[in-house]
Design a protein. Sequence first.
Length: 269
Amino acid sequence: MDIKDRTRIPFYQVDAFTSKVFSGNPAGVCVLEGPLEDGIMQQIAAENNLAETAFIRTDLKPFQIRWFTPTVEVDLCGHATLAAAYVLFIEKNITDIIRFQSLRSGELMVTANEDCLTLDFPIDQIIPIGIKNEWIEAIGSPILEAYTGRTDLILRVENEAFVKKIQPDFESIKKWPYIGVIVTAKGTDVDFVSRFFGPAVGIDEDPVTGSAHTSLVVYWSQKLKKTKLKARQESKRQGDLLCEINGERALITGNAQLYLKGEIYVPNH
């Protein structure tokens, strides 16, 4: 099939929550001017093989946004929303607040501040839960506290060094009834650190997870008695975030860098 007979979709790859390429969390962004079949979006996300690919409908106001891992559609994704907003702000010359309408998480807003972007997301509701031995075995570390959020399990360990050295048993974690497992501790030069594991949705480790910080900011603001916190996700790529609780909303701020732009050629049906 000749490429002239295919639908062309503008595509961008953006490193989110970082001020330099090759770090932070890479996200794909597909800019759509109309509807696209769910199955095609899932195939594109699998082909991209990034933690998430965001699809934004620019023909709708607010812009519609959806997020797909290589295997499933997810309810909320912070770094891919940051990447999508970066594309609209920088590549599409949008200057005011960007409003996204998501199918599963309601309205989301992103604002630009100098060279940073701030996500405005609903905070998570977290509940303490008893610690299970299988969790300790799977992450290979003592657990001080455990909480559940809407989709994730939050495990606090003793210190930053424990977070960095964890080598989890992904096959065990995959069987747990959670989208992701967040391991966190108090930081040394930041307020808190974390790592995020999501083998159940095709992501063994997510480099920097914006949505996880809607839970973490609630937990650590209670622990540290402050509403503004500096955070670092301690994956190999690392990422830095500023988090703030504003009523029932979480404000999550970070940088982004464009790595790639081009076109995807999708067969017409």
